[in-house]
Design a protein around this ligand. Structure first.
Ligand code: RIB
Ligand code: CA
Length: 314
């Protein structure tokens, strides 16, 4: 595969943290230009701290981290401490990072980087609310034609919502931002709950991570053990969906996933269904098929891939 150049936009967050670790272990396949942080699972100060903590766990203080938007485009921020803990990284000891934040705002970094790079060479990978991406597109509409692809974790249709009956968290938090991205004309790949719910942690899968002869494998196992407690207690399921790590697996081995090119729009007006992603699966609306909507994954293959990435870390 050709090495992908990506900007990973994130709100760590426990599953984000495992995704970032896997990303840092995938240097052969992915050139991580930067992490950009956004408010989501926890506030921006914590997501920006947590992103640097994860980089230091992997001994990668060279990865530039840019802080972005501290609240959605129009709405008050909704966070998810009940899932990820007050720190956003429940389940593992955390430290004050030494590596600094970059001085530039994440939105300006995204715009400048896309303008400076050859068109069609950079993939944006948002795994939190889409506020940073939307603001960059609004601030600099010219970048839309320069983005190779946006591969995002968000949305839900067949699976139902996780933060409301109708909506998935990332889209619920900033539906207006999601509308900007969905209407941008940029090639979009969406990994929604419909597929991430097929990729769930389990004791054997976590055990394989814990057995890795390094520090980051057991760290990821501890995070997932803490992360799944919420879902087991709330939904009575055994194991937690690996939402954000699915984006990393898709980037590295898209053949592990299948989907369909369809129209996806988002509800921004209704209080009842705010953030619902309406998927025209049967092509009856006549609206443009703007999204490659992923609905199936080879879960064993994804876990094997993620574990291989973690094995390459310190
Ligand atoms: O709904 C799951 C998504 O919301 C994941 O990205 C998780 O980290 C939270 O941001
Ligand atoms: Ca996330």
């Amino acid at each position: 595969m050709t090495r992908l150049s990506i900007i990973f936009d994130t709100d760590p967050g426990q599953d984000d943290a495992v995704a970032i670790l896997a990303l840092l272990g995938a240097r052969d396949g992915i050139d991580l230009l930067s992490l950009t942080t956004v408010a989501g699972n926890v506030g921006l100060g914590l997501t920006s701290r947590n992103a640097r903590i994860v980089c230091e766990w992997a001994r990668r203080p060279d990865v530039p981290v840019y802080a972005g938007c501290e609240h959605p485009l129009l709405r008050p921020l909704v966070t998810a401490e009940q899932v990820h803990g007050k720190t956003g990284l429940d389940g593992v000891p955390i430290h004050e990072p030494n590596m600094p934040l970059q001085g530039k705002h994440a939105v300006d970094f995204i715009v400048d980087t896309l303008r400076e790079a050859a068109a069609g060479t950079i993939t944006l990978c948002p795994v939190g609310p889409l506020t940073n991406i939307a603001l960059a597109l609004r601030k600099a509409p010219d970048i839309a034609a320069r983005i190779k692809e946006i591969v995002l974790m968000g949305g839900a249709y067949f699976a139902g919502g996780n933060v409301s009956p109708a909506a998935e968290f990332n889209i619920f938090v900033d539906p207006e931002a999601a509308a900007v991205v969905l209407g941008s004309g940029v090639p979009l790949v969406m990994l929604p709950l419909d597929v991430t719910h097929q990729v769930c942690s389990s004791a054997p899968r976590i055990a394989r991570m814990r057995a890795l002869p390094n520090r980051c494998g057991p760290l990821a196992a501890d995070i997932l053990t803490s992360y799944e407690r919420h879902d087991v207690q709330r939904f009575g399921v055994h194991g937690s969906p690996l939402h954000d790590p699915c984006v990393v697996a898709y980037l590295l081995q898209p053949a592990l996933f299948t989907g369909r090119q369809v129209n996806v729009e988002v509800e921004t007006a209704s209080p009842l269904t705010r953030g619902a992603t309406v998927v025209d699966w049967w092509g009856i609306s006549g609206r443009p098929a703007n999204v490659q909507y992923i609905t199936k994954a080879d879960a064993d293959g994804v876990f094997a891939l993620l574990t291989d990435c973690l094995a390459k870390l310190p």
